[in-house]
Write a protein that binds this ligand. Structure first.
Ligand code: GDP
Ligand code: MG
Length: 370
């Protein structure tokens, strides 16, 4: 937005806000410190006060931060699939995530006290699979809002004794809209009332035709409770991943997405980052949304320190100055000055947007009073 508060303008010139207000007053404008002036007025004021004006555009600051070029084939290496579990409430999403995790989590050298970091990797036949351990719907809403694609495959969990329900349909439309392939896990097969045929038939209404009905959507009958067929589910994920030919270049500066983040009392801001391109290293300087930091330490889901994290690897990152938000895109930059420049710019944009919103609502309030 081409507008700025008087306070912000004064700060950026390292002048007193009161002097800016005086100058505006001379020009016949009676304004207060939190009032907003347009960019042209701000430029006149700045010049009047002896400053040279350089308008910084988004392109100046943001360009080159994320690589949009297609990388040469010979630089690409296979990477693990990133999987999100979705489905209707109580159909067994959490149970399935827990069961998969218990059975196959890549065991840590220290014996593996696993910790919730919002994502984890399991191993099946020497291949890794990354599971995002946060509510799938939230992940997809964030993905859509920020344009970050952080899921390769959706596991659609449908309880065999309950069938297709409203949130099942919602999950299907999320996955379809994002163009992410689905694998149907028909869960709770241990229950006497389980009726997988009904599930398959109901899915037809949403144009999901599973393989046993002649379609091409993979389905697996499982029981999260009894641990039945979980290996088969993992194999099917790997099969689907093979078809997708998932690849990334590990030999470049890292890019990724924040899966979750919080302020930890002892450790400061802690963000779980899913690395998507390149390799994230201890000591790297990164920006995520309107926060930046220098990677002080990285921990995997076994609470073990790692020095590096390549494509599809989720890691807890310590060293952020502030707490980023889930869904924020992460990029490594060359130095602290560049990180500060980007973050200053984004924080300013955020403030200006908030101010404009504020004025917008004040305006409508005034209209209501008239
Ligand atoms: P979510 O809301 O989709 O995360 O579902 P939960 O994982 O919390 O499971 C809801 C309920 O279904 C819990 O009481 C689970 O114990 C139960 N449940 C989950 N999977 C199975 C299963 O395979 N068999 C049976 N019998 N119960 C299950
Ligand atoms: Mg749950």
């Amino acid at each position: 937005p081409e507008a700025i508060t008087i306070q912000d303008l004064a700060n950026r010139m390292a002048e007193r806000a009161v002097d800016v207000i005086k100058l505006l007053m001379k020009q016949g404008q009676m304004l207060k410190i939190n009032d907003v002036i347009d960019a042209d007025t701000a430029e006149l004021i700045a010049e009047e006060m002896g400053h040279t004006v350089k308008r910084v555009s988004e392109a100046d600051v943001e360009d080159g931060l994320f690589s949009d070029e297609v990388e040469a084939d010979e630089l690409l290496q296979p990477r693990p699939p990133v999987v999100t579990i979705m489905g209707h409430v109580d159909h067994g999403k959490t149970s399935l995530l827990d069961a998969l995790r218990r059975s196959n989590v890549v065991s840590g050298e220290s014996g593996g006290i696993t910790q919730h970091i919002g994502a984890y990797q399991v191993e099946q036949g020497g291949h890794k699979i990354t599971f995002i351990d946060t509510p799938g719907h939230a992940a997809f809403t964030q993905m859509r809002a920020r344009g970050a694609k952080s899921t390769d495959i959706v596991i659609l969990v449908v309880a065999a004794d309950d069938g297709v329900m409203p949130q099942t349909r919602e999950a299907i439309s999320h996955a379809k809209a994002a163009g992410v392939p689905m694998i149907v896990a028909i869960n709770k097969m241990d229950k006497p009332a389980a009726d997988p045929t009904r599930v398959r038939t109901e899915l037809l209404q949403d144009e999901i035709v599973v393989e046993s009905m002649g379609g091409d959507v993979i389905e697996v009958e499982v029981s999260a409770l009894k641990g039945t067929n979980l290996d088969k589910l993992l194999e099917m994920i790997l099969l689907q991943a093979e078809v997708l030919e998932l690849k990334a270049n590990p030999d470049r500066t890292a890019e990724g997405t924040v899966i979750e983040a919080q302020l930890d009392k002892g450790r400061g801001p802690v963000a779980t980052v899913l690395v998507q391109k390149g390799t994230l290293k201890v000591g790297d300087i990164l920006v995520a949304g309107s926060e930046w930091g220098r990677v002080r330490a990285m921990l995997d889901e076994n609470s073990e320190q790692v020095k590096e994290a390549g494509p599809s690897k989720p890691v807890e990152v310590l060293g952020f100055q502030g707490t980023p938000e889930a869904g924020d895109m992460v990029a490594v930059v060359e130095n602290e000055a560049r990180a500060r420049e980007i973050v200053d710019y984004r924080q300013r944009q955020k403030r200006e947007k908030a101010t404009l919103r504020d004025i917008g609502s004040r305006g409508s309030l005034e209209q209501m009073m008239n």
